[in-house]
Ligand binder design. Structure first.
Ligand code: URA
Length: 177
């Protein structure tokens, strides 16, 4: 199930330009889940193509992980005004689409706090759970969930950048990508 192009399930429809749907290999065993589209993503309709997307691309390239071999999506498919965090109501409205995207995958990589809050129900410090194996249930099926830093957090934090780099290196090795 995908959102209709004129989806009006939550208030984000009022300010969006484009829905931002998953990109990459839509059949990949590994899915990266970010928070929400930003301005560049809203204008282009593609996830992670702005500043944080460029940093994600750079780290993936440096670690030899081809971005087109994984799927990349977000907890919500429309940009929250002013890039605020999506609310729990907005994430709940978009959740059936995310569940369909994640069902039956081998691993879900949660990029940042919103993704971890939505999918893992975790609201604590990222540093306490980054790069640990967690389990989530997607439509009754268990899926491995690995929390990591959001690329936006890596722009100014070297520790976060190294944490995300370690995630990407591990994903490449562990899943043979
Ligand atoms: N930040 C996100 O969480 N997702 C995007 O697609 C872009 C920036």
């Amino acid at each position: 199930m995908r959102p209709e192009p004129d989806c009006r399930l939550c208030g984000l429809c009022e300010s969006r330009t484009n829905l931002v749907l998953p990109s990459g290999d839509l059949d990949s065993k590994v899915v990266f889940v970010g928070e929400a589209p930003g301005e560049t993503e809203d204008l282009s309709g593609r996830p992670f193509v702005g500043r944080s997307g460029k940093l994600l691309d750079k780290i993936m390239q440096e670690e030899g992980l081809d971005r087109s071999k994984v799927m990349i999506t977000n907890t919500v498919k429309c940009r929250p005004p002013g890039n605020r965090d999506p609310t729990s109501e907005e994430m709940a409205a978009c959740r059936p689409f995310l569940d369909d995207e994640l069902y039956g995958r081998e691993a879900v990589i949660g990029l940042g706090r919103s993704s971890c809050r939505d999918l893992l129900g975790y609201d604590g410090k990222m540093a306490d759970i980054v790069n640990t194996d967690q389990s989530i249930s997607i439509k009754g099926r268990d899926v491995l969930f690995i929390p990591t830093y959001h690329p936006a957090a890596c722009i100014y934090s070297k520790a976060a950048r190294e944490g995300l780099r370690q995630t990407i290196r591990m994903v490449k090795e562990r899943f043979g990508l």
